[in-house]
Design a protein around this ligand. Structure first.
Ligand SMILES: *Cc1c(COP(=O)(O)O)cnc(C)c1O
Length: 378
């Protein structure tokens, strides 16, 4: 068997902290790992399978959890975004635009490109905040409307770099003043923190099972207002019960079973969000004592944090082996999650990482800095 090197490391990789399987999901993965295992009793549509209880999950649990009218399971957050964009694009003639926040994920751009839509970005503020402001949203919509039809606006909540949480409710209000639906990209929110589409008054919401819902994936969730269900979930002409945008069926196997297996735990863990935020803030404060500065929202409101370390950068310019020294040092201490080669700017996540482990991470940073600075000075 091909072994996974980092399996027993302390994991602070933002991509991975929210996707670690629960015990239940790990067992489920073995039980349902065979191809098409969930299709024993399928009557023709994934979301209507009663055994295992996919119907109940998709039509009861999930909409309640997302605060939406209608929900579906997709193969990822990006697939959800594409499904929405592609559906809305059907109604347009040409020069249709999607407005994306300046912190949007690459997959939002690619989804728009694939749907043949043009993209306009809402600028973010400069270093060190990188914030998305409500007024800038309004201005960008105003400007873009002069060029063509704006069919959707998207807000990354939070974004995947700085972990910033913009004022989504106010942005939804602005979009609606221009009759533009808002899609919330909650890949880093759903399954970690309490978030409800209806409270924000957005029109669509997407989440990522493997990023934030303790599922093996690839799997995502998509929620929408009833008004959009007829268009987005329109059925095939020939195969009357198949939803075209979902290509009939999406997550048809173990991926959806791990999502369902972890769901009771996920529902519970979002209630501990305040504690996670408190822990993240504590960690950031300790990093700053080492002169590693946290950028983005401050005080921070999310476990995903972006740091600026001039001292580590300075070391990387002088040591043998250069910028990979940090990765090597952390690896030797069995800490995984900061990308190889990064020293000056990097992101990490403290989500569900025990405080004792975080103390060890902080101690390790301290030791690394002390060790190399001594080397530089002598
Ligand atoms: C990880 C991430 C995605 C992609 O999620 P998938 O489920 O893998 O498609 C999209 N947006 C943001 C902000 C992300 O961080």
């Amino acid at each position: 068997m091909f072994k996974r090197e980092t399996k027993n490391f302390i994991n602070i990789d933002p991509l991975q902290t929210g996707g670690i399987l629960t015990k239940e999901a790990r067992e489920t993965l073995m039980e349902w790992g065979d191809g098409y295992s969930i299709c024993d009793f399928c009557q023709g549509r994934l979301d209507e399978i009663k055994t295992p209880p996919i119907y109940n999950f998709v039509h009861n649990d999930l909409p309640k959890f997302l605060g939406c009218d209608v929900a579906r399971v997709t193969n990822g957050a990006r697939e959800g975004k594409f499904i929405v964009m592609h559906s809305l694009a059907l109604k347009t003639v040409k020069d249709a635009y999607v407005i994306l926040d300046g912190n949007a994920h690459y997959s939002s751009y690619v989804a728009a490109e694939r749907a043949n839509l043009k993209v306009v970005e809402v600028p973010k503020t400069d270093y060190p905040d990188f914030r998305i402001n409500v007024d800038t949203y309004a201005e960008t919509i105003e400007e873009t409307k002069k060029k063509g039809e704006v069919i959707l606006s998207l807000l990354t909540y939070p974004d995947g770099n700085y972990g910033n949480l913009p004022n989504a409710k106010a942005i939804a209000k602005v979009c609606h003043e221009y009759d533009i639906p808002l899609l919330l990209n909650c890949a880093y929110a759903i399954g970690r923190m309490p978030v409800k589409m209806d409270k924000i008054d957005a029109d669509f919401i997407v989440g990522s099972g493997h990023k934030s819902m303790a599922a093996s994936g690839p799997i995502g969730v998509l929620g929408m207002k009833e008004d959009y269900a007829e268009l987005v979930l329109r059925k095939s002409d020939k195969y009357k019960n198949k939803e075209v945008e979902l290509l009939g069926c999406t997550a048809r196997g173990a991926t959806i079973m791990t999502l369902i297996a972890s769901f009771p735990h996920v529902k519970k863990r979002v209630k501990d969000w305040d504690r996670e935020v408190e822990k993240a803030r504590w960690f950031a404060k300790k990093m700053e004592e080492l002169e590693i500065v946290q950028l983005g929202d401050k005080p921070h409101n999310h476990d995903l944090m972006f740091f600026h370390a001039e001292n580590l950068y300075e070391i990387s310019r002088r040591v043998k082996g250069g910028r990979f020294f940090l990765y090597r040092e952390l690896k030797a201490k069995k800490i995984h999650g900061i990308k190889p080669g990064l020293t000056r700017y990097f992101k990490l996540s403290t989500y569900m990482v025990p405080k004792e482990d975080l103390k060890y991470v902080l101690e390790t940073f301290k030791e690394i800095i002390a060790k190399y600075l001594k080397g530089i000075k002598s």
